[in-house]
Design a protein around this ligand. Structure first.
Ligand code: HAM
Length: 366
């Protein structure tokens, strides 16, 4: 029997609903994607992404919450190591493009389930012969979940744990070749990584390539800003055809902590492109705002027949680049007055051209 993963064993967010049914909130996004694949059988390769909240019954602390969001991507139907490289590079590029620099890509291979089972036995007997002096807690963990000992923090045990046999030394030829090709692919793209034979991910569906992105901005116990790997048997386990898969999940809250710590990210939100000032009260403000938004502009307006001065104050407060004045004299000529809120310059523009006119200038500016 495979070891039950920590998330499934200890962290399921379970509850009983009003009908007395026992439910568990979704802990992660990969199994639901694979379930959708099995049910709908899209043509592989199937490449999908998602942003969704997940729930785990954790002890909450900075960077570890009972509800967290993940941005994830999955590719089903290809076991070519080039896909592993593509998926890892996608996540890596995402962090880089945000401006993050202080993170490390940790890489490992879990081999096939058979190789892993054999390795777990090797590990157990190693711990049996080397951990005798450590007492019952060590012995119990070594018997029940020898892989999880890699995460143990107990100082006394570290020496023995560090010298334990490594899974990557027990991989078969195919797994070894696959893992090497992933590494060569990352080398070719210039993506730096650290081989981390003790990287144990929190789910037991993983096979072959696994990886994590560790940020210096967070405490070591929750420094992963993302992680993922292959799950080549999961579709079959869920009743589907044998279908390899690989993906990652990026933790959005931890990502934001890392961005804040490195002083990068989205920055100040941009103000409005246009604010409509309505002196007509005949419904045309609704139409003009709609036209501006249809043109892809960020537009807003005042409501309730407020004074010209109050509306101008609102336009300023909203940080609008332009105000669009709907006034009697311009309306008679089928026009509006567009004012550049930075320079104070004002010109008359035919009403139906106002959105295009502002759009062209904003495109130039950005
Ligand atoms: P995971 O490593 O459990 O993998 O979660 C992915 C990321 O979600 C973590 O690296 C972390 O950034 C964030 N995260 C996880 N738990 C918490 C929490 N309690 N509070 C805040 N952030 C958290 C998965 O869930 C896999 N489904 C990833 C995957 C996709 N593997 C293959 N495809």
């Amino acid at each position: 029997m495979p070891e039950a993963s920590d998330v499934v064993r200890k962290e399921m967010y379970e509850l009983t609903d009003r009908g007395g049914r026992r439910l568990a909130l979704r802990p992660e996004g990969t199994a639901p994607v694979v379930r959708a694949y099995v049910e709908h059988r899209p043509t592989p390769p199937w490449k999908v992404w998602y942003v969704a909240p997940n729930f785990r019954y954790e002890r909450p602390q900075r960077g570890r919450y009972r509800q967290h969001w993940q941005l994830g991507a999955e590719v089903l139907g290809v076991d070519d190591p080039d896909v592993d490289v593509e998926v890892i590079a996608l996540a890596h590029g995402f962090y880089r493009e945000l401006g993050l620099r202080q993170f490390t890509l940790l890489l490992n291979s879990m081999g096939t389930p058979e190789e892993r089972a054999e390795y777990v036995e090797t590990l157990r007997s190693y711990y049996r012969s080397h951990g005798d002096a450590f007492g019952s807690e060590f012995r119990e963990r070594a018997e029940e979940h020898p892989l999880r000992l890699f995460d143990a923090r107990n100082e006394e045990w570290q020496d023995v744990i560090e010298r334990a046999p490594q899974l990557t030394e027990h991989l078969g030829d195919d797994s070894q070749r696959h893992f090497e090709r992933v590494q060569r692919g990352l080398d070719t793209l210039g993506i730096a990584y650290e081989l981390c034979p003790r990287l144990v991910r929190g789910f037991d569906y993983y096979t072959s390539t696994t990886f994590e992105f560790a940020s210096d901005a967070l405490d070591a116990a929750q420094n992963a800003i993302g992680g993922g790997g292959r799950y080549d048997q999961l579709a079959e386990e869920m009743g589907g055809p044998p279908t390899p898969g690989i993906g990652f999940g990026i933790g959005v809250e931890r990502l934001l902590i890392a961005c804040e710590s490195e002083g990068v990210g989205a920055g100040e939100p941009r103000g409005l492109d246009a604010f409509v000032i309505d002196q007509l009260g005949d419904g045309s403000a609704t139409v003009v705002v709609d036209e501006l938004r249809e043109a892809g502009l960020r537009a807003d307006r005042a409501y309730g027949g407020r004074s010209m001065k109050a509306q101008m104050t609102m336009a300023n407060r909203a940080g609008a680049a332009y105000s669009v004045l709907l006034a009697r004299s311009e309306a008679e000529r089928g026009a509006v007055a567009v004012k550049d809120m930075t320079t104070g310059e004002q010109i008359e523009v035919p009403r139906e051209q106002a959105a295009g006119w502002i759009r062209a200038r904003q495109d130039e500016r950005l």
